[in-house]
Ligand binder design. Structure first.
Ligand code: ADP
Ligand code: X15
Length: 393
C-alpha cells in the first residue's frame, strides 16, 4: 500500500520532526562522503520553502545509549548549513526542556538539528516514552531516513504512533526506484551480488531468483557456491553451513530458467596485501594454499556482456577486495560495464557505492541508493518498520 508523502499534507507553520540518515563516514572529524546529507536536501528545502519549522533528528554511529563526545552531530550541522546555504541551529540533546525551548523559538523556515538520538537509551529499544517525547516536539513526523528504515527505533517508527506520519522525498524516491526495479522490472533484469557477507546475502539471492533473468555472483560469496559444486577453493572465504542452500539455489535457478552465473576464472593470492603474489586460474585449478580474491578476466568479460544487454541492473557487493589495487579489477570492470550499459542501473550497499565513487563512475549510474542494509532487506521482500509505520494514502 502506498504511503502518504510530505507533499500530501499541510506543513506551513507546522513543527515538523524529520528523521534523516546522517550516518556519514568521518575521518579525523572531517566528513569524507556527504552523499547522505546532500540526498536529504530536497525534503529540507521543500519544508523550508513551505514555511515549516524543521526539526531534524538523526543517529550517528552506535553509542549504545550513552553520550559519546566523538559521536556528536556538530560536524554534520556545519556541513548541512554549508550545503543548504542557510543557518542550522544545533541542539546538544534530542529531548528535554532545553530542546523544547529551542523548538519554541523557531520561526517558520528555520532548521534545527537535534543531537544524536542514539545518546538516549530508549532509541534502539523503541521505548514508547522516548517516542512520545519526540512526538511532543512536533505536529508532524516525516521519515526521510531510508538508510535506517530497516530499524524499528523510537525516532524511525515509534514516534509515528503519536502524530501524523508521512514519507520524505528521498524515502519516496528510494522506495519508488527500488520498488519499480523489483515489482515491475524492465527485462532483461540482471542482479549482481558480491561482497563478503555470505549469511546476509544468501536470503537476497533466493528472492532474486524469483524475479531476475540473470543473477551474477562474485566476491567472497562465490566460493561457497563453487565448493558446493565440488571445486577445491583453497583458502578462499567459505560458509560451510550454507553449502546445501547454495546447491538448492543452483537447482532453483535451473528450474526457473534463470541464467545463474558463477565465476569461471579467478584471481588468487598467497597473502592479503598489495605486494602479494597473484595468478589467474580457472575454477578447477585453485591452488590449495591460495585464496580467491577477485574475478578473473574471462568472468569480467562474461559479466560485462550480460550487463551490456540488460535493461535493468541491480548491483550489491564488490567482485573482489577492491580496496587493494591489484584485486580491484573485477569490481572496476563491473562498475564500468554498469556505467556504460543503456539499461537502468541501481547501486546498493555501502561498499559497492564506495567502489563506484572510487572509480569516479557514480555520476554515470541511474540510482545510488543511500541504504545498505535497508536496500538489502527491501530486496529480500521484508517490510521495513520505518515505512510500515507511516500513514497510508
Ligand atoms: N573474494 C573475497 N574475499 C574476501 N573478501 C572479499 C572478497 N571479495 C570482496 N570482499 C570484500 O567484501 C567487502 C564488502 O562486502 P559487503 O559488506 O558484503 O558488501 P556491501 O557493503 O557492498 O553490501 C569488501 O570489503 C571486499 O573487500
Ligand atoms: O549506515 C547505515 O547502515 P548501512 O551501512 O547498512 O547502510 C544506517 O545508517 C543504519 O545504521 P545502523 O546499521 O547502525 O543501524
Amino acid at each position: 500500500m502506498s504511503k502518504k508523502s510530505v507533499r500530501d499534507v499541510e506543513v506551513a507553520g507546522k513543527r515538523v520532526f524529520v528523521r534523516v540518515d546522517f550516518n556519514v563516514p568521518v575521518e579525523n572529524g572531517q566528513i569524507t562522503d556527504d552523499t547522505r546529507i546532500r540526498e536529504t536536501l530536497p525534503t529540507i528545502k521543500y519544508l523550508v520553502e513551505q514555511g515549516a519549522k524543521v526539526i531534524l533528528a538523526a543517529h550517528f554511529g552506535r553509542p549504545n545509549g550513552q553520550v559519546v563526545e566523538e559521536l556528536r552531530l556538530t560536524p554534520v550541522a556545519v556541513k548541512l548549513a554549508e550545503l543548504l546555504g542557510q543557518n542550522v541551529f544545533k541542539a546538544d540533546q534530542s529531548v528535554g526542556e532545553i530542546v523544547k525551548a529551542q523548538v519554541d523559538a523557531l520561526e517558520n523556515g528555520d532548521v534545527l538539528l537535534l543531537e544524536n538520538v542514539r545518546f538516549n537509551e530508549g532509541e534502539e529499544k523503541n521505548d514508547p516514552e522516548l517516542a512520545k517525547a519526540f512526538a511532543d516536539l512536533a505536529d508532524l513526523f516525516v521519515n526521510d531516513a531510508f538508510g535506517a528504515a530497516h530499524r524499528a527505533h523510537a525516532s524511525t517508527s515509534g514516534i509515528a504512533a503519536y502524530i501524523p506520519a508521512v514519507s520524505g522525498l528521498l524515502m519516496e524516491k528510494e522506495l519508488d526506484v527500488l520498488g519499480k526495479a523489483l515489482n515491475n522490472p524492465e527485462r532483461p533484469f540482471t542482479a549482481i551480488v558480491g561482497g563478503s557477507k555470505v549469511k546476509d546475502k544468501i536470503a537476497v539471492i533466493e528472492n532474486l531468483l524469483n524475479i531476475a533473468d540473470n543473477v551474477l555472483i562474485g566476491g567472497g560469496l562465490s566460493y561457497t557456491f563453487l565448493k558446493a559444486q565440488g571445486y577445491e577453493i583453497g583458502k578462499s572465504l567459505l560458509d560451510n553451513s550454507k553449502l546445501d542452500l547454495a546447491l538448492s539455489f543452483i537447482a532453483k535457478a535451473k528450474e526457473k530458467g534463470v541464467n545463474f552465473l558463477l565465476p569461471v576464472d579467478i584471481v588468487v593470492t598467497d597473502k592479503f596485501s598489495a605486494d602479494a603474489n597473484t595468478q589467474v586460474v580457472d575454477i578447477d585449478s585453485i591452488p590449495a594454499d591460495w585464496e580467491g580474491i577477485d574475478i578473473g578476466p574471462k568472468t569480467r568479460a562474461l559479466y560485462a556482456d550480460v550487463i551490456a544487454k540488460s535493461k535493468l541492473v541491480v548491483w550489491n557487493g564488490p567482485m573482489g577486495v577492491f580496496e587493494i589495487e591489484p584485486f580491484s579489477h573485477g569490481t572496476r570492470a563491473v562498475a564500468e560495464a554498469c556505467a556504460k550499459t543503456e539499461g537502468y542501473t541501481v547501486i546498493g550497499g555501502g561498499d559497492s557505492a564506495a567502489a563506484t565513487e572510487k572509480f569516479h563512475l557514480a555520476e554515470q549510474m541511474n540510482h545510488m541508493s543511500t541504504g545498505g542494509g535497508a536496500s538489502l532487506e527491501f530486496m529480500e521482500g521484508k517490510a521495513l518498520p520505518g515505512v510500515v509505520a507511516l500513514n497510508d494514502k
